[in-house]
Ligand binder design. Structure first.
Ligand SMILES: Cc1cc2nc3c(=O)[nH]c(=O)nc-3n(C[C@H](O)[C@H](O)[C@H](O)COP(=O)(O)OP(=O)(O)OC[C@H]3O[C@@H](n4cnc5c(N)ncnc54)[C@H](O)[C@@H]3O)c2cc1C
Length: 231
């Protein structure tokens, strides 16, 4: 299939609830600047699709497959190596899927991939709860939680991904999968693989994690300075 024409891209923009941002629009340059690593601020993706829900992602994946294009997945834009904004790719940006919901009955929290660690921490702190995430508040849940997630609570409760109890993911063929520890057969394998390598399997739209009671002291820093002035 040949590359998409501008009419094809306008067609995609009309199909999604979110927004398509193409080269030449005033927003296009600003999009690259959202990456945390400034080394990639000059990257030139084919275009960006800001997805608002799973249906937008499905529509975009259909388009990308039809036109044999490459895609990048962006949640919080904190990829150190620029994997979420590759040159020439369609950037599927799920930053607007950023809900955070604590469920008191199961003591679990469900987050959208675009929620930041700060969104999660603040939401849980207000409810006297916490869950293991990374240390830099602006990092996105989509990349951090699905790929590992090492933070202050590591030694007590493990990595973020150790605490994932359910996940919703749109696979490359557009299938929406709800996965958890009760999944069987292929879905069981998928759930195992998605907890560490979600980005090569599909696009995650929500993640549910265990939470723990907030205690008085959860961590701290003890610096030992090699200077007699401080001894
Ligand atoms: C300043 C800084 C501090 C950091 N601190 C920590 C830390 O304390 N602990 C730690 O463990 N890591 C840390 N990291 C690493 C960080 O966890 C990873 O770079 C992570 O991928 C960032 O997630 P993101 O959603 O912001 O990234 P993005 O740039 O949006 O995405 C990066 C990659 O994650 C995958 N991905 C993103 N969203 C999805 C999705 N919805 N579905 C499937 N795959 C997806 C894709 O492969 C994508 O290319 C840090 C990185 C930076 C730049």
């Amino acid at each position: 299939m040949p590359p998409p024409t501008s009419d094809d891209i306008v067609g995609l923009d009309m199909m999604v609830r979110g927004q398509v941002i193409v080269p030449g629009s005033i927003l296009y340059e600003a999009e690259a600047k959202k990456q945390h690593n400034a080394m990639y601020h000059s990257n030139k993706p084919a275009f960006y699709v800001h997805c608002k829900d799973a249906a937008d992602i499905q529509e975009t994946l259909k388009f990308v497959t039809k036109h044999s294009m490459e895609l990048s997945i962006r949640s919080g834009g904190h990829s150190i190596c620029g994997s979420s904004i590759r040159n020439g790719s369609v950037v599927v940006d799920v930053g607007r899927i950023c809900h955070v919901d604590y469920d008191e009955s199961t003591e679990s929290v469900t987050v959208g991939p675009g929620a930041t660690l700060s969104d999660v921490n603040v939401h849980l702190l207000r409810r006297g709860r916490m869950t293991p995430v990374g240390v830099i508040p602006a990092t996105g849940c989509g990349g951090l939680i699905t790929q590992g997630g090492v933070g202050w609570l590591l030694h007590r409760y493990g990595t973020s991904v150790d605490n994932v109890i359910a996940m919703t993911i749109v696979l490359a063929d557009g299938t929406l999968k709800e996965l958890d520890h009760s999944s069987t057969g292929d879905d069981r394998e998928l759930f195992f693989a998605a907890r560490g390598a979600a980005g090569v399997l599909g696009i995650v739209t929500s993640i549910t994690m265990r939470t723990y009671p907030m205690e008085n002291v959860t961590g701290g820093l003890w610096a030992m300075l090699d200077d007699e002035k401080y001894s």
